[in-house]
Design a protein around this ligand. Structure first.
Ligand code: HEC
Length: 205
């Protein structure tokens, strides 16, 4: 009994030293030990699988996946996950953990594996992943859009630059490609206008 209490006390002091004195380095450039990385990965995979398994996969036709999925992916995800037309970005290089590059992944073959993967992708896109920079897009996007992105990401495996360009409507200057940025820009414009109006009123006061 005494030994157990003694050991617990030592563990507590070690934990306090580790967490409270700043000896632990939180820098993104300071990698975990390989064993810690494996442990985190194991926890992440099991946690996502447990939550994603309950999901119902909706039916969606190809045109819809490509229209909604590709457009949104191109507007919101490429800074981190890149695309067949973008090899690397300043943001993507600094991430730890690194964001997976979907177009370099081998597409899965078995229908069961594909279903499991689409559910896991949907769950991750909707809810994000703690402490990794992967955002929760479910706060701002409906399930339909998120499923379209999950299906699109699955289809990126081995995608060529030409295929990608065709799906996202070319070089990036097509209005559809930056639809999202446009929408957000409008919101910004409205905010700015309101603010200016507010200032004008203030001047009159
Ligand atoms: C700011 C960077 C960033 C942005 C933007 C981002 N992601 Fe991620 N994403 C990550 C990182 C980092 C991971 C890996 C997390 C990990 O390893 O635990 C990740 C993981 C994922 C995964 C899980 C992959 C797997 O193998 O389980 C999916 C799916 C995903 N992202 C889709 C998207 C989609 C779709 C978008 C755009 C709507 C997006 N991400 C935008 C950083 C980002």
């Amino acid at each position: 009994m005494k030994t157990i209490v003694g050991l617990l006390l030592v563990a507590l002091i070690a934990a306090w030293y580790f967490m409270g004195t700043g000896v632990y380095n939180m820098a993104a450039t300071e990698k975990h030990w390989p064993i810690t990385e494996k442990l985190i990965e194991w926890v992440r995979i099991n946690s996502i699988a447990a939550r994603a398994s309950e999901l119902e996969i909706p039916a969606m036709d190809d045109t819809e996946i490509m229209m909604t999925g590709a457009t949104h992916y191109d507007a919101m995800c490429t800074d981190c996950h890149l695309s067949p037309v973008q090899a690397s970005t300043e943001l993507s290089q600094g991430l730890y953990p690194q964001a997976p590059v979907f177009h370099l992944r081998q597409p899965l073959i078995s229908p069961e594996d594909l279903q499991e993967q689409s559910k896991a992708y949907f769950w991750v896109i909707k809810n994000g992943i703690k402490m990794t920079a992967m955002p929760a897009w479910g706060l701002t996007h409906d399930d339909h859009t998120i499923w379209a992105m999950a299906f699109f990401v699955q289809r990126m495996g081995n995608m060529s630059a030409n295929q990608y360009k065709e799906l996202t409507h070319g070089s990036g200057d097509h209005p559809h490609t930056n639809k999202h940025h446009h929408e957000h820009k409008h919101e910004l414009d409205i905010d700015l206008e309101l603010e200016l109006e507010h200032d004008r009123h203030d001047e009159h006061d």
